[in-house]
Design a protein around this ligand. Structure first.
Ligand SMILES: [Zn+2]
Length: 291
């Protein structure tokens, strides 16, 4: 081979190599969060370990908190609210009176102005529960009973329906879980609390609309929730599991996780930290922040 020809081949090779490197190094354009122009709904699934806490900011700026972590999470939640400029909660929901859902609620009520407070009509003989009642009383507030058929008024652009509890009495406190379906234009969220399979069956039988783009999976991904039938009816694009690293319950259950991973994209607070979803009612942008 002549020297000139050899040099030509070398140049060609280098040009192709540069092209490949450039192609690999420059990612496809993604839609950054700031690109959602105009009004948006944001839903923050806070990383509160083995517990639940969800902050919702409506397009009109009003705020709603669903659950408030364990007793030990109060400072984390108050700091999070402060750092996001939240000094008023228009709506506060305690899905059911277990510590990992209402633990920080007394501190939230004492420190952040709260409008309407929703809880299911059931009590628990625990200090945590009485602390919440005392905080409500101290602020001169009252609790509105959360039950199927109640609509939550936060923003006229949103439809917020309570789907459960559907009965007066249940055996198990988890079954009293307040289930919320939140719709903004074409995007919907289903927040399951700790509802278990029997409650899911009741929802399926009620024939209420369950299909949702995002599901906050019931009971921290436990094997007692998220039946195949229920998941099929919801048909989510995203599933969020609020769960603590190395928790003693073995949540999430491997079978449930497998079922979810086959159906949609799974996000977990133990792995992903705080999970934030923002939507203009059409697109969903997901952000995660550890720590
Ligand atoms: Zn729980």
């Amino acid at each position: 081979m002549k020297k000139q020809q050899w040099l030509l081949y070398l140049c060609l090779f280098l040009v192709v190599l540069a092209g490949v490197v450039f192609y690999l190094a420059v990612p496809y354009p993604t839609v950054p969060v700031s690109d959602i122009a105009g009004p948006k709904l944001s839903v923050h699934f806070l990383d509160v370990g083995q517990a639940d806490c969800i902050l919702i900011t409506a397009p009109n700026g009003r705020r709603m908190l669903v659950d408030a972590g364990n007793n030990g999470d109060a400072e984390l939640i108050l700091d999070y609210l402060r750092s996001h400029g939240v000094d008023t909660l228009d709506v506060l929901v305690g899905t059911h009176p277990h510590e990992d859902h209402i633990g920080g609620m007394d501190a939230v009520i004492a420190n952040v102005a709260a409008g309407r407070i929703y809880m299911p009509k059931v009590s628990a003989n625990t200090k945590t529960f009485y602390d919440v009642l005392q905080a409500v009383r101290d602020k001169g507030l009252k609790i509105t009973t959360a039950k199927a058929g109640v609509s939550v008024d936060l923003d006229p652009a949103l439809q917020i329906e309570i789907l459960s509890p559907r009965r007066e009495r249940y055996e198990n406190l988890n079954d009293y879980s307040v289930v919320i379906r939140l719709v903004y234009d074409q995007v919907s969220f289903l927040l399951m609390g700790d509802l278990e399979t029997s409650g899911e069956t009741e929802l399926l039988e009620s024939r209420v609309e369950l299909q949702s783009d995002v599901i906050k999976v019931g009971h921290h991904g436990s094997g007692t929730s998220t039946s195949g039938r229920f998941l099929k009816a919801v048909a989510p694009r995203y599933a969020v599991i609020s769960v603590g690293t190395g928790n003693r319950y073995g949540h999430p259950d491997p079978e449930v996780l497998d079922r979810l991973e086959k159906a949609c994209e799974v996000l977990r607070t133990d792995r992903d930290g705080h999970i934030i979803m923002e939507t203009d009612g059409k697109n969903i942008v997901v952000k995660m922040s550890k720590g």
